[in-house]
Design a binder for this molecule. Structure first.
Ligand SMILES: NC(=O)c1ccc[n+]([C@@H]2O[C@H](COP(=O)([O-])OP(=O)(O)OC[C@H]3O[C@@H](n4cnc5c(N)ncnc54)[C@H](OP(=O)(O)O)[C@@H]3O)[C@@H](O)[C@H]2O)c1
Length: 308
């Protein structure tokens, strides 16, 4: 057993891990993770780097896992500075400054940091991207969310080269937490008769959330450094994925409409998102992790009662 200090335990991804791991956990953040067996909670202002450093220095946790992020892509886009990118705003503080403070603290205290990131660090012109691919160097080609996460990655790597950065994409497959995942949003909208058009000209590799929880267990054992991708081994489009979800729940996929991301991105004020995106997961295979294809994932999600 390894003692863990977990940030963002209420998140979509973190809430699954907290319910499946057997390691003893101290959760930290502004909200106590509910519905879990975690009893040890440190209330802390995550926008205060010195409070983070003090907490980590005093903690006896060997491994830190950070799920915290400002993830509402269109909302975060409103924080984009009008001039050149600058280190300011709540999203920057959570997506870049917090991971840096954690990495400085783990480096100083000789702990292992698992830090989460996203396929949105890439501009999506030439995906899928390998672990060796570099995040976009041009802030105007990615969302402000993707930019701040990319800065966070760079700051973590500089502050603590022993840390691992785990990139994921369009996570789905957790019945826990308040935020519906990618597959559940599709199923809910279909049942409500409010399905939007789904892009058929976008390439994505959705991540099965139970794969993430399994990967974290492996990372705690192996402690690799650098970047690791966890995603479906085969790519799809949101339209094809939505058709798969609707078929699984017994609906008629021909009721779904296709949309064009190319057209969407040309609209005035559209938030940039990767069109030809996706993640290649070379290191996961090397680490002995078997990743779930998106088709198997939605099938398993239904079988486990998660899409009911
Ligand atoms: N969801 C996606 O589509 C997606 C895709 C790719 C990568 N990722 C990455 O995966 C990781 C987990 O994402 P997620 O979607 O599971 O996250 P999420 O459900 O949006 O949850 C975000 C977490 O961050 C915490 N948080 C945000 N701002 C905070 C602040 N100012 N102070 C304290 N806590 C704050 C929230 O705490 P409260 O509970 O207190 O609000 C919550 O626990 C992130 O690194 C994200 O970038 C997500």
């Amino acid at each position: 057993m390894t003692r863990l200090l977990v940030f963002g335990g209420n998140s979509l991804v973190g809430s699954h891990f907290l319910r499946t791991t057997r390691h003893p956990i101290t959760a930290a953040g502004r909200t106590r993770p509910d519905g879990t067996s975690v009893t040890d909670f440190a209330e802390i202002d995550l926008e205060d780097p010195s409070a983070i450093r003090t907490l980590v220095a005093r903690s006896d946790a060997e491994v830190l896992v950070n799920f915290t992020a400002a993830t509402k892509v269109d909302l975060v886009e409103k924080e984009r500075p009008s001039g050149p990118p600058s280190p300011e705003g709540p999203a920057y503080r959570i997506n870049a400054a917090l991971p840096e403070a954690l990495a400085q603290a783990t480096r100083a205290a000789k702990r292992y940091l698992i830090s989460f990131s996203t396929s949105f660090v890439f501009d999506g012109l030439r995906g899928p991207y390998s672990e060796a691919s570099r995040p976009s160097r041009f802030s105007d080609r990615v969302s402000w969310y993707g930019w701040t996460k990319g800065v966070g990655e760079r700051l973590v790597r500089t502050a603590d080269p022993t840390a691992v950065i785990v990139r994921i994409a369009y996570p789905y497959g957790s019945p826990y937490g308040e935020k519906p995942d990618f597959a559940r949003r599709i199923a809910d909208a279909f049942r409500d008769g409010t399905s939007p058009p789904y892009f058929d000209d976008q390439q994505i590799t959705p991540t099965w959330i139970p794969d993430i929880s399994r990967a974290i267990e492996r990372l705690i054992d192996l402690r690799p450094t650098g970047v690791l991708h966890i995603a479906s081994p085969n790519a799809t489009s949101p339209f094809e994925f939505a058709r798969g979800v609707v078929t699984e729940i017994g609906g008629d996929p021909s009721a779904l409409r296709a949309g064009s991301m190319a057209e969407f991105l040309r609209r005035e004020g559209a938030t940039p998102r990767p069109r030809r995106g996706g993640l290649l997961c070379t290191k996961a295979r090397v680490a002995g992790l078997k990743l779930t294809t998106w088709k198997d994932g939605i099938h398993e999600y239904l079988q486990s009662g998660g899409l009911a």
